[in-house]
Write a protein that binds this ligand. Structure first.
Ligand SMILES: [Zn+2]
Ligand SMILES: [Zn+2]
Length: 346
């Protein structure tokens, strides 16, 4: 083992610097992992093209690897060499949000990471250091490329959990990207009937393959009409907005059945986008409009269990794998509409 490792840092639009930094020694309640796979999430893609211009930033938060070193005060079943998941979101544990069970939106989430020379989760690297609570034991027979999708899956676990799906309900998913499709898989497991709205033909086809009951092309069919027809005019009980467009949230509120829940899953860009809805919908139909962001510890735990107990197959979501050396190529590929998740391996 040499004593330095490579770490990617976003330094400007379409500019990535590769640093050679010393391998850190874990403290008593820390773990060091050798990163083996890291997913290229929308966040990293936006950073790469300059939509999230917070430079310099060490990206990479969908991380799976091998446990290399463990501090002596870490309580875990994972042994050195085991496959583990790094949930790199910072959860201080002490702020009001963390103490209220909202550690996904910890008040101190933007506090400095350990690699204090550059902020960011720093998972696009050969090694990553983390606190004990960020370490989750994986399973040694699950490929790293799939294990690293724990993070996006955990976000969707949260969204579906908060939507309180009941068997037999009608669910509408707007957008058949990877997030929409992970919603589809979990919603089907919950015993619901799922409609998917997606204009892109290959994505619509993928939604069908993944078990969508009804797939609607909103450019060819009237989405509102199609949903009404499929639900005897009642509307959808739960609507997941998995496309970053404000007007679709408006539409979703109007398409919700009595007692319906509209879940804003995607962050809507540009930030500050406004929508306009009739507030009587919330009164007369008891519709709920809410959303989720990231995942709390329980969501991560659930996602890890779903993967390691093989309750979900993530293979179809890994579109392409690039070696770390071809990170930029991987990011360009990830930006294409026909990929679900592009993963880099170290
Ligand atoms: Zn992510
Ligand atoms: Zn906190």
């Amino acid at each position: 083992m040499t004593n330095t490792y490579r770490r990617a840092v976003f330094v400007g639009p379409r500019q990535i610097r590769i640093d050679e930094v010393p391998i850190p020694e874990p403290g008593p309640r820390q773990a060091l992992i050798r990163v083996r796979a890291c997913g290229l999430c929308t966040w990293e893609q936006r950073m790469y093209i300059g939509e999230e211009p917070y430079y310099p930033l060490a990206g990479g938060h969908e991380v799976a690897g091998e446990l290399v070193k463990l501090g002596d005060k870490v309580f875990t079943d994972a042994k050195i060499g085991d496959r583990v998941v790094a949930s790199l979101l910072t959860r201080c544990g002490y702020c009001e949000s963390c103490r209220k069970g909202l550690d996904n939106i910890c008040d101190n989430a933007r506090a400095p990471f350990f690699d204090t020379d550059v902020p960011g989760p720093a998972g696009l690297a050969e090694y990553v250091l983390m606190d004990d609570y960020q370490l989750y034991k994986g399973a040694n027979d699950i490929p790293f490329e799939e294990l690293c999708l724990t993070e996006p899956l955990a976000c969707v676990v949260r969204s579906v959990r908060k939507a309180r799906l009941e068997r037999g309900e009608n669910v509408l998913i707007i957008g058949a990207g990877i997030m929409g499709m992970l919603h589809l898989v979990l919603a089907k497991q919950a015993g619901t009937r799922v409609m998917v709205s997606e204009p892109n033909a290959p994505r619509a086809e993928f939604a069908r393959q993944m078990g969508a009951d009804i797939v609607i092309n909103p450019f060819e069919q009237d989405l509102a009409e199609s949903v009404k027809q499929a639900t005897n005019g009642r509307g959808a009980d739960v609507i997941f907005c998995a496309t970053a467009a404000g007007p679709l949230v408006e539409l979703a509120v109007n398409l919700a059945a009595k007692g319906g829940r509209v879940m804003v899953y995607s962050s809507i860009h540009p930030r500050g986008t406004k929508i306009s809805v009739d507030p009587n919908i919330f009164h007369n139909k008891e519709v709920t409009l809410t959303g989720t962001v990231s995942q709390d510890r329980q969501d991560v735990w659930e996602a890890v269990r779903l993967i390691t107990q093989r309750k979900i197959d993530l293979k179809p979501f890994v579109s392409r794998v690039f070696p770390f050396e071809k990170l930029e190529e991987g990011l360009q590929e990830a930006l294409k509409l026909d990929t679900y998740r592009v993963v880099v391996t170290m």
